[in-house]
Structures are given as structure tokens and as C-alpha cells.
Write a protein that binds this ligand. Structure first.
Ligand code: FMN
Length: 259
């Protein structure tokens, strides 16, 4: 017999980490390519998000957390002071309308192009696999290139890269160090591929770090992760059989965070 979940009234409050949102409607993050020079958010970014403040929660458009994380024209960044200053006006405008907003961090990995990278370098990605498609650049679509992950890893170019080689299944190294969690035993067949365990290691750790009682990411319960359900993208087909999203969801949907 199948059990059906109890219907939930979307117009009731919900506690999300440290905040309570007035309704359960969450606005999906939407890149608008409207940042100003230097990828600094402008008044337009503030008014775009403020106009949508009646959603219970807004997930902001995505923001590369490092210069190498960029992969599209005119997207806002959050890796230098002027961008941080620019961003402050966005939550201020949303809060002025009693809204709530989370900022989405981003690193596009291989879906980038040298023209969007510092000094015209090759994009950086976990695997040196050329995306099957074109990158969006300031001069229009251009063929994607092969990113430089493997070359650096096999050359042992730097300590962290060398460390990343054997422990590629631990993309969350800083979090592991915080929790004093053990490193995975490297298993090349699971590096960002193969079965679900190649993708679910991080959310599992996040749960383990709290004794299994509550999901936790960054300090203060103020972080979350967004699994994208089954979207094929430029040659990447996550769980074509439909196994990946449920596996990641099971990891994230731990006790105390299942609303
Ligand atoms: C123009 C556009 C920009 C998007 N930008 C982001 C983004 O910045 N971050 C993200 O996680 N998803 C982004 N998405 C994905 C959406 O959040 C959403 O998951 C996707 O559009 C599927 O929902 P839909 O079927 O209602 O359109 C974007 C989608 C579109 C169409």
C-alpha cells in the first residue's frame, strides 16, 4: 500500500535554518546577466529581487565565488569588495519589503570560456572533459574548450592540487577538516560519476557532522545545497536512469530538515 504525504498549506510559515518565512513559496534562482562593470551588482539587481519579495524566500541569481568561477557575461560576482558592497543593496531592498533572500554561490566549472577567465586561461573543472556545446561569451556563443583539471592534477602542480588528486572524491575538504572527518578511501570509479556515491558524499558528510540529527552546512545553519533534478547539460547526463536525484534527496532530507 502506498502512503500519501499529508497536504501542506503553502500559505503557512516555515522555519528555514535561523529564519521563519511567511509562506512556502520559494523563488528559483534566475541568472539575469544584469550586473555592472566588474561584475558588480547594481540598482537593477536590487529592484529585480525586491519586486519579488512576496515569495516566502528568494534564492538569488547565482554568484561566482571566485574569478575562475565565471562562465557567463555580466553575472554578479561575490569575490571582491566592490561586488560585496554592490550586493548589500540587494538584501536591503528585499528586507525593506519584508522579504527573505539567500544568496546562491556558484562555480561554473567547465561551462566557461577563456574569454571569461582571468588572463584568458583555460576554465578549471574537476574533470578535463570538454562540454558538448557552446559557452555564452560577451561576443556570442563560442565552442567550449577542454578545461585544465587533469593536466594540473597529473603534473602535481601544487600542494592542494596534488592533494585533490588522490582525494578527488572529497571535494569538501575544508568541511572535512572542520569536522575532523576522515578522508574517503579514493575510488576512481566514483569520481563524479558511476553510481550515486560519486555524487552524494558531500551531503552525507554534512549530515554526519551533526550526529545525524540535523542537516548543517556552513556555520549557523545558513547554507543549503541545490541538487538539480535530472537536467542533462552539455554532455552531462546525471542519472539518466533517474537514480541520482532521489539518492541526493535522501541524503539531504535528513531528520529535522524534512519540511
Ligand atoms: C534564464 C534562467 C536562468 C537560471 N539561472 C539559474 C541560476 O542562477 N541558478 C540556478 O541554480 N538555476 C538557475 N536556473 C534554473 C532555474 O532555477 C530552474 O531550476 C529551471 O528553470 C527549471 O524550472 P522551470 O521548469 O520552472 O523553468 C535558471 C533558469 C533559467 C531559465
Amino acid at each position: 500500500m502506498t502512503t500519501r504525504a499529508k497536504p501542506v498549506d503553502l500559505f503557512t510559515p516555515l522555519t528555514v535554518g535561523p529564519i521563519t518565512i511567511p509562506n512556502r513559496i520559494v523563488m528559483a534562482p534566475l541568472t539575469r546577466n544584469r550586473a555592472g562593470s566588474g561584475n558588480v551588482p547594481t540598482d537593477l539587481n536590487a529592484s529585480y529581487h525586491a519586486q519579488r519579495a512576496t515569495a516566502g524566500l528568494i534564492i538569488s541569481e547565482a554568484n561566482p565565488a571566485s574569478p575562475q568561477g565565471h562562465g557567463y557575461p555580466a553575472i554578479p560576482g561575490i569575490h571582491d569588495e566592490s561586488q560585496v558592497t554592490g550586493w548589500r543593496k540587494v538584501p536591503r531592498a528585499v528586507h525593506a519589503r519584508d522579504g527573505h533572500i539567500f544568496l546562491q554561490l556558484w562555480h561554473v566549472g567547465r561551462i566557461s570560456h577563456p574569454s571569461l577567465q582571468p588572463d584568458g586561461g583555460l576554465p578549471v573543472a574537476p574533470s578535463a572533459m570538454r562540454p558538448a556545446g557552446e559557452a555564452a561569451t560577451y561576443t556570442g556563443p563560442q565552442p567550449c574548450v577542454t578545461p585544465r583539471a587533469n593536466a594540473n592534477l597529473t603534473a602535481g602542480a601544487a600542494d592542494m592540487v596534488a592533494l585533490g588528486g588522490p582525494f578527488l572524491a572529497n571535494p569538501d575538504l575544508p568541511e572535512r577538516f572542520t569536522w575532523d572527518a576522515p578522508l574517503n578511501t579514493p575510488d576512481e570509479t566514483t569520481f563524479y560519476g558511476g553510481e550515486a556515491c560519486g555524487y552524494t558524499d558531500y551531503p552525507s558528510l554534512v549530515i554526519a557532522g551533526t550526529g545525524g540529527t540535523r542537516c548543517r552546512g556552513l556555520p549557523g545553519h545558513r547554507s543549503g545545497s541545490r541538487p538539480i533534478s535530472g537536467a542533462a547539460c552539455m554532455g552531462f547526463e546525471p542519472g539518466a536512469g533517474g537514480w541520482l536525484f532521489p539518492a541526493v534527496s535522501r541524503c539531504i532530507n535528513c531528520s529535522g530538515n524534512s519540511d
